[in-house]
Design a protein around this ligand. Structure first.
Ligand code: MF3
Ligand code: CO
Ligand code: CO
Length: 293
């Protein structure tokens, strides 16, 4: 005869003494642990602990305070290297490290990408001009934790084309973020972005993608900004990743300049990008680098 009493029922008191039902306590915790192990094994995805999430959130708060100050600096005549100096000094002063500096040979502490530059622009002697759009992409490492975010700003008075591409890029990220909840898939994020951006007559860059982030700069999974609903890995609470669609006013094709970093549109059309670091929660999502889109 089987000894049924050895099995703890889902609705019985948890044997750990918490006073909660077993299904809401250790039975559930065991399930969380196995999802963590499973995602690591199958996808190399690091499901973050509450402590890691708190660390990434602090890095995100620092990032957004630096971004707010950058916003106030943006004006015609500003040298892109002045943005680099400011971001570098503000990061170091806060006890953090700028992740881009020396990352795979990147020579500066922030990416600054103007007009037809899609991403990975290297700060230098170029000066912001009236009517430009400029993306500033910041990634501090604070106490070992990474947060990654970018915004595209207008310099002076924007043209109608500048207004259009910046608005479509911002809305693309907003719609991508809005799909995030447990049970949604990576394909849902990509599809929301692609269908909106292409519906506006713009194009989605394929060569650069969002990424897991937090204990390293670029972790698994890759977050494609195009795709099919229901395809790809299912989102679970504790996943942290960026969504960072690069949207072109013209065609999606690009090339990388001689400096081996600066990515530009082949047709010379404007490109804009917004990026946030997103946590999957039980209810949906929380941005760890929040700003209004
Ligand atoms: N911050 C970029 C991203 O969103 C990566 C820049 S890599 C660098 O993933 F080396 F150019 F900084
Ligand atoms: Co990123
Ligand atoms: Co970034």
């Amino acid at each position: 005869m089987k000894n049924k009493s050895l099995k703890i029922g889902r609705n019985e008191d948890c044997p750990c003494g918490s006073g909660k039902k077993f299904k809401n306590c250790c039975r559930n915790r065991k399930a969380e642990v196995s999802i963590r192990d499973e995602y690591k094994k199958r996808y190399d995805i690091i499901i973050k602990t509450p402590e890691q999430i708190a660390g990434i959130k602090r890095a995100g708060e620092l990032l957004m305070s630096i971004m707010d100050e950058v916003e106030t600096m943006i004006r015609p005549g500003l040298k892109t290297d002045d943005i680099n100096t400011f971001v570098h000094d503000a990061t170091v002063k806060a006890g953090a490290v700028p992740a881009p500096l020396n990352y795979r040979g990147f020579p500066k502490s922030v990416c600054v990408s103007i007009n037809e530059v899609i991403c990975h622009g290297i700060p230098g002697e170029r000066v912001l001009e009236d009517g430009d759009i400029v993306n500033v992409d910041i990634t501090p490492i604070l106490d070992g934790y990474y947060a990654d975010a970018s915004r595209t700003f207008f310099v002076g008075t924007p043209s109608p084309e500048a207004k259009k591409i910046v608005s479509v890029a911002a809305e693309s990220l907003r719609l991508g973020i809005e799909t995030v909840r447990p049970g949604a898939t990576l394909g849902d994020i990509g599809h929301a972005i692609q269908s909106y951006a292409e519906g506006q007559g713009c194009s989605v860059v394929r060569e650069f993608v969002g990424h897991g982030v937090g204990v390293d700069f670029h972790e698994q999974p890759q977050i494609l900004h195009f795709g099919r609903p229901g395809k790809g890995v299912a989102l679970v609470p504790g996943m942290v990743f960026t969504i960072e669609p690069m949207i072109n006013l013209g065609k999606k094709e690009l090339h990388v300049l001689e400096d081996r970093w600066t990515a530009v549109t082949n047709d010379g059309s404007l490109s804009a990008q917004f990026e946030q670091t997103i946590l999957v929660t039980e209810e949906g999502y929380e941005s760890l680098t929040p700003y209004v889109l």
